[in-house]
Design a protein around this ligand. Sequence first.
Ligand SMILES: Cc1cc2nc3c(=O)[nH]c(=O)nc-3n(C[C@H](O)[C@H](O)[C@H](O)COP(=O)(O)O)c2cc1C
Ligand code: SF4
Ligand code: FES
Length: 593
Amino acid sequence: MSALPTAAERAAVDGHLGLPQSAWEGGEERPEDAVLAEGGFRASQDRRQHILPTLHAVNDAIGWVSAGALNYICQRLLVPPAEAYGVAGFYALLSLEERPARVAHICDDVACRNQGGNKILSDLEGRSDVHPSPCLGQCDQAPAVFYQRAGEADCVAVVTDTDQVIKVLEGGKPEEVPATVPQAGDPALRLLKRIGRVDPTSLEDYRRAGGYRALTKAIDLGADQVLSEIKASNLRGRGGAAFPMGIKWEAVARSSVTLRYLICNADESEPGTFKDRVIMEGDPFALIESMTIAGLAIGAELGYLYIRAEYPFAQSLLENAIEQTRESGLLGDDVDGSGKSFDIEIRRGGGAYICGEETALMNSIEGHRGEPRNKPPFPTQAGLFGRPTVINNVETLINVPEIVLEGGDAFAAIGTTQSTGPKLFCLSGAVATPGVYEVEFGITLDELVDLAGGVTGSGSIGAIMLGGAAGLFVGEDYLDMPLTFEGAQDRKATLGSGVVMVFDDRTDFADLSQRIARFFRDESCGQCVPCRVGTVRQEELLARHCGGLPWEDELFEDIAQVMIDASICGLGHTASTAIRSVIDLGLLEGSRG
Ligand SMILES: Cc1cc2nc3c(=O)[nH]c(=O)nc-3n(C[C@H](O)[C@H](O)[C@H](O)COP(=O)(O)O)c2cc1C
Ligand code: SF4
Ligand code: FES
């Protein structure tokens, strides 16, 4: 507690929080400070939610968070140091140890490891400014690198060789790759229609392309009618759990508690998933418009957009979009002349997959460690700051303008009865044209792979990962499976977050399974024993097998079942699914050949 901040650290904190107003938070002593204590639940809650953004401010400016900086943050926010330390230590992208001003996080996850990620990492082995990273949400352009640069904006780049990384670490400029979609220009597109065609930095351009017509119509219809259209659309969540949006919205809209929140979940950290990034980079105003319609419909005056830290480009475009819409009166006290208030705040994650879980995300915004909460209560009952909260995924939300404009019934006519509307899939791995594809629910897996140009590599499929690391691997016999929630369920598969990653039959599935096991071990928040211990034991078991020992199926089954039965959240529930599927497909034996 005795370490002091440097002038630069103090400036970074004050730059974010403003100058201290009282001696309680480290400012000049005022006469009233001797008699007034600062406190109260609400005030401390308001202050505490600034922990993560303030830690980011220091980490961004200095490159790491020293004990002196942490102490100063605690003083400013009146948070006990042990608690702030617990928060800072939770996030992989915040460093509590001094490190070089530029750091490269090189993806060695499922798509990137064999497309150059592992090679670059091994070339740069031993450097303190190079770290392996889980999926960076750029699987279509593998291998990907995320650079943290003290005093400059962070940035994600796609690399082709090791020299490129070295150049950036030595001060060079990384090349950012703008979002593109292979189907750009296809008149049948609904969700991706503007991407690559409309300037993502211009509200004017967005409006010219039909943007904000839906908000105007939503205001004319009124909240109740918008709610009816959403229910009629039968839109189910695209973040992985496929929960009907209308049920959530109605629960919050009808709540007797008037202070409510909307959250857009843009944490997108499921390995293999990059659709939300493509939307945010390619059509940011659509997300802001969608959130505004949602906020007005559920009676929330504030929405949080929680975006993963590895998406700095998307974040800057969204900041620009929010600023422009505020200036135009489309956000703020009187949204588009409706007499209703709604505004949006962006919150940046810190490099923690678990913060995509809805209640972990809420804890993260509130300034706690991003650990999931027990449910019930559900977020619609007691969510962010204990208030009724709707949380929806980016892709789920951007369907809203279409529903408002075309009507819920028309939307429900797209796809199948149980899986309505358009759906985005993230195609990567051994396909000719990786990228985000928009299709109607019901297309088969085979047709989708064909849309992405077919299988590359050896030309023969080894397995396809569906739904991400939390999903599973399937074989060629699944190619005829219709891509719908019910179609996947019938075949004991999942669509998850829309990942379709193709691996050819030369893939080393032993290596891949071990990477997935490491992912879950690393990303387990450690709060509950089944998952904290189970993910470690699972990794050890796989390592033994891949090292040549016989497969211990009974033990694996035991570990998996305990994680499924007794974990608090979905991470533990799904941590063994992909590995189970690799075993069932006989891919470990094959790869050990
Ligand atoms: C470990 C874990 C990670 C998750 N990550 C994300 C994520 O990155 N993005 C997301 O939208 N949902 C994620 N979810 C699902 C959310 O908890 C939640 O269901 C979703 O945000 C609800 O939005 P939707 O109904 O629009 O899908 C995750 C769930 C779990 C268990
Ligand atoms: S299941 Fe894993 S990630 Fe989820 S709360 Fe338990 S320890 Fe944390
Ligand atoms: S960006 Fe590397 S696996 Fe997704």
